[in-house]
Design a binder for this molecule. Sequence first.
Ligand code: GRF
Length: 221
Amino acid sequence: MSPASKKRLGILISGRGSNMQAFIQACAKQQLNADIAVVISNNPNAAGLELAEAAGIATQTVDHRLFASREEFDAALVACLQEHRVDLVILAGFMRILTPTFISPYAGRLLNIHPSLLPKYPGLNTHQRALDAGDSEAGVTVHFVTPELDGGPPILQARVPIEPDDTAETLASRVISQEHSIYPLAASWFVDEQLTLKDGRAWLNGKALGPTGIDYASHTQ
Ligand code: GRF
């Protein structure tokens, strides 16, 4: 693919940005044939902004506290993404609930990563909830974003075991290393035009995926 036809990614963060960093590395290693056009944060103090700048990537802060409503904030995000001609939006630890003002123009071009085996544990504190429930495994899901919070069609999941002495922190660190593998991989399927959202389902290479998407372990076997 010529550089002119490379897909342009917009990555939205609120904090540390380790998933964003995984995208920077995947692009550098050409595991992901895309350019990161812009990294946007709602939080001016997000550590990930400095990482992006150090990598020579354009950054923008759109501070949600400066907007009177979620819709106005979302419209400002859309304007920023359009200005940078973004084809695919990557939510990477972006801690704001998005409205249809944002989701509609990017429907089918908007991915999120959620640290649970969806449909289990949408929302916050996923690792503690998995521990409290006595689950034997946890994991992470990449999914298309729809207006239902963490409810869009799953694309790819990775599972990790829960060990008897796990805390939310030890479990999170086991999960995050999987996040860094599966998120750029799922994005590469989109960039390579293998992945689409159609009729409310994720499709990979013309096949509708099931309610939990592809299992990473079986995919890599
Ligand atoms: C990750 O656990 C991700 O699954 C969740 O937010 C966290 C972001 O971490 N949505 P980072 O900023 O990418 O390091």
